[in-house]
Design a protein around this ligand. Structure first.
Ligand SMILES: [Zn+2]
Length: 204
C-alpha cells in the first residue's frame, strides 16, 4: 500500500517528530507523544480540497477537541487521519478510493493556531498511541502494512462486543458477522467479549 499526498501543494510547515515542548498551544496535545509532533502539517488555506491518501473505510468522522473535524480512513492495520477540516464530505462506514475528495481544510479544534491540514498515520498493531504514530513517507510503500491484524480485547474503558469492534474498525456495526466468520465464533454481535481475547480484524 502506497501513501499519496492528501493535498496538491506538498509544502510541509511542521514535520513529524518536531519538538513541541516549548510551544504553548501544541504542548498539552502532544504530551502523550513525548511532546513530539505526531503527524505532518500542510499550511493550506481554509477550503482547500483534501483527498484520501489511500483506499480504505471511513472509521472516524467526528469533532475532536484538539483535532477539530477529523476523518479517519483504515486499510488493514493502517489508519490515516485528516484533522482541522472545515467540512467533511464522507460518512462513517463509507469506502473511499485513493485520491477521492474527503473534505475541505480548515482550522477547527484547539490545536490549530493557523489554518492547516494535520495528517497522521497510525499502525493499529502497536500497543499504545505513542507507538502507533509513525512518520508518513509519501509515494512510498508502507512497510508495516498488513491486511488482517490481531486485536487484544481490553474492557477497561468499555465492554467490547463484535458490534463495537465493527464500529471501531468499519465505521458502523454492520460488519460484526464478517469479524465473527473470520474468527469462527459461535456467539452473536451483542455478546461481551472476554478480556484479553485475541480477535482477528479483517480488512474492509
Ligand atoms: Zn499537526
Amino acid at each position: 500500500m502506497i501513501i499519496r499526498y492528501p493535498v496538491k501543494d506538498h509544502t510541509i510547515s511542521q514535520p513529524f517528530g518536531r519538538d513541541a515542548s516549548n510551544d504553548p498551544i501544541y504542548k498539552e496535545f502532544y504530551a502523550t507523544f513525548d511532546y513530539k509532533h505526531c503527524g505532518v502539517d500542510f499550511p493550506i488555506a481554509v477550503g482547500t480540497e483534501i483527498s484520501a491518501s489511500f483506499t480504505g473505510v471511513v472509521v472516524r468522522c467526528e469533532n475532536h477537541v484538539g483535532m477539530g473535524n477529523v476523518v479517519g480512513v483504515r486499510n488493514g492495520n493502517i489508519v490515516s487521519l485528516y484533522a482541522h477540516l472545515s467540512k467533511i464530505t464522507m460518512q462513517l462506514g463509507e469506502i473511499v478510493n485513493e485520491g477521492v475528495l474527503i473534505g475541505y481544510s480548515g482550522c477547527t479544534g484547539e490545536a490549530c493556531p493557523t489554518p492547516h491540514l494535520h495528517f497522521e498515520l497510525r499502525d493499529l498493531t502497536k500497543p499504545t498511541l505513542k507507538e502507533m504514530v509513525f512518520e508518513p513517507r509519501f509515494d512510498e510503500e508502507v512497510s508495516q502494512w498488513v491486511s488482517t491484524f490481531k486485536y487484544i480485547v481490553n474492557n477497561k474503558n468499555s465492554k467490547k462486543t463484535l458490534k463495537s469492534l465493527s464500529k471501531m474498525y468499519f465505521g458502523n456495526e454492520n460488519k460484526w458477522e464478517l469479524i465473527k466468520a473470520v474468527n469462527d465464533y459461535s456467539f452473536d454481535g451483542d455478546c461481551v467479549l472476554e478480556d484479553s481475547l485475541t480477535v482477528m480484524i479483517p480488512n474492509f
